[in-house]
Design a protein around this ligand. Structure first.
Ligand code: XMP
Length: 496
């Protein structure tokens, strides 16, 4: 019963996720046994197939850190200066479990207000104090929260409040991460400075990192145990400068960002990146057809971002008359990209875990989310109240508000020309922290995979290729039936 994916998509109509439903398979495993390992791009592996969108109301360093800690990856937006974006990337790379090799340091003659500044910018709560105020100079002490919590005069000099080196537990440079972890556990201190034989500071270890290490077994890391992070750039020649700064900040992947990815500008940019930085994975997009995919693959992309005008804040399909329903785009491009070994990111239109399961069942390797993650604590922006709801702003990068900050380049806006919006600004309800939301998404997806009868993504793909995954279309009334209905009212509880 039902149709194979190929028969379903061979008709003339395009389908959205909601137009389709998967028929259940056979369950012979627990949801906890489902493995969600996937690929973001040719060389970047994730533990869960979740990516946060490069939008200025979604992904800066806090979001990217949380995404990586939970097994996914965040892509830092570029609606900011080159320096700001590079610093966002650097922040994620600095935030590491294990040795912090470039901790912020101060000198004893600095004032406590400088500690406050570091705390507000980077969130660090312990700052080593060295003779010259920088690394590789003699460690004289450390300032942690408890040294300055109740201090009213923030102009006080650090030397008058710091815990002196003679009272510190330190680790020697030669000790391994495991040995340093044991010292940190046993000494019951929040921070453990690591020093060389001249007592010069070479690294710092943090107790909270140690705890996080324990709490986040899925964390996606590079070979130096730093979190993975992506960053978006545009297709203009000036973006090469941005690229250089991002590479210097040790970004792991570049997403070349455009509302229509099949342009000479993008192809040139992809070729340039692959030639100049061959070690760097490059994702191209956005696209919805195999022809667009073919051009980008020929240019050398390592991943494809699929979706056009399907995002919750998008108006591209209405304004420009182009795009494609997302389920069809994901299936068609994934089929083609698979032949070339290129992973597909299904971007936009995800509003529940069922949509994620459908995107993966249609061949995507990962899903990129904007509105799903918007409204979490880790998104940029402040909460505000409206009509009794706690909200955060969420806006399309093609909205007038975002474009006036610079994102018009994503939509080929010409300097000095009339701005045509391809997105809107809005707000979403507070979703709490990713600490709870990501495990909820992960578990929801595992239940979906269990119902389908696939223990991991390779099996899911094999089932689709063999025609064992069976789909049906849903009429408007079937969609209504599949949602909550016939109730006078119901409790719309927090989903997690
Ligand atoms: P969701 O549905 O997750 O979609 O909110 C996020 C994706 O939407 C794209 N995006 C836009 N598309 N106009 C558009 O047509 C816009 O203003 C806009 N802003 C973002 C983008 O691909 C994002 O990942």
């Amino acid at each position: 019963c039902g149709l194979s994916a190929e028969s379903l998509f061979s008709g003339p109509s395009g389908y959205t996720y909601d137009d389709l439903i998967l028929l259940p398979g056979h369950i012979d495993f627990a949801a906890s046994e489902v493995v969600l390992d996937s690929k973001f791009s040719r060389n970047i592996r994730l533990k869960v197939p979740f990516v946060s969108s490069p939008m200025d109301t979604v992904t800066e360093h806090k979001m990217a850190i949380a995404m990586a800690m939970h097994g996914g990856i965040g892509v830092i937006h570029y609606n900011n200066t080159i320096e700001e974006q590079a610093e966002e990337v650097a922040c994620v790379k600095r935030y590491k479990n294990g040795f912090i090799t470039e901790p912020k340091t101060l000198s004893p003659t600095d004032s406590v207000s400088k500690i406050d500044l570091i705390k507000s910018q980077f969130g660090f709560s312990g700052v080593p104090i060295t003779e010259n105020g920088d690394m590789h100079s003699e460690l004289l002490g450390i300032v942690t929260n408890r040294d300055i919590d109740f201090l009213t005069d923030r102009s006080t000099l650090i030397r008058d409040v710091m815990t002196k080196a003679s009272d510190l537990t330190v680790a020697k440079e030669s000790c391994s991460l495991a040995e340093a972890n044991i010292i940190l556990m046993e000494c019951k201190k929040a921070k453990l400075p690591v020093v060389d034989e001249k007592f010069q500071l070479v690294a710092l270890m943090s107790r909270s990192d140690l705890l996080k290490n324990r709490d986040f077994p899925l964390t996606t890391k590079d070979d130096k145990k730093r979190l993975l992070v992506g960053a978006a750039i545009g297709t203009r020649p000036r973006d090469r400068e941005r690229l250089e700064a991002l590479v210097a900040a040790e970004v792991d992947a570049i997403v070349v960002d455009s509302s229509q990815g099949d342009s000479v500008y993008q192809l040139e940019m992809v070729r340039y990146i692959k030639k100049t930085y061959p070690h760097l994975d490059v994702v191209g997009g956005n696209i919805v057809t195999c022809r667009q995919a073919m051009h980008l693959i020929a240019a050398g992309v390592d991943g494809l971002r699929v979706g056009m005008g399907v995002g919750s804040i998008c108006t591209t399909q209405e304004v420009c008359a182009v795009g494609r329903p997302q389920a069809t785009s994901v299936y068609r491009v994934s089929q083609f990209a698979r032949e070339h070994g290129i992973p597909v990111i299904a971007d936009g239109g995800i509003s529940n875990t069922g949509h994620i399961a459908k995107a993966l069942a249609l061949g995507a390797s990962t899903v990129m989310m904007g509105s799903m993650l918007a409204g979490t604590e880790e998104c940029p922006g402040e909460y505000y109240f409206q009509e009794g709801f706690r909200l955060k702003k969420y806006r399309g990068m093609g909205s007038i508000a975002a474009m006036s900050k610079g994102s018009g380049k994503r939509y080929f806006t010409e300097t000095g020309g009339v701005k045509v919006a391809q997105g809107v600004s809005g707000a979403v309800v507070d979703k709490g922290s990713l600490r709870k939301f990501m495990p909820y998404l992960t578990q929801g997806l595992k239940h979906g995979m269990q119902d389908i009868g696939a223990k991991d993504l390779p099996q899911l793909n094999e089932m689709r290729i063999k025609g064992e995954l069976r789909f049906e279309t849903r009429s408007a009334s079937a969609q209504k039936e599949g949602g909550v209905h016939n109730l006078f009212s119901f409790e719309k509880a927090h989903p997690y």
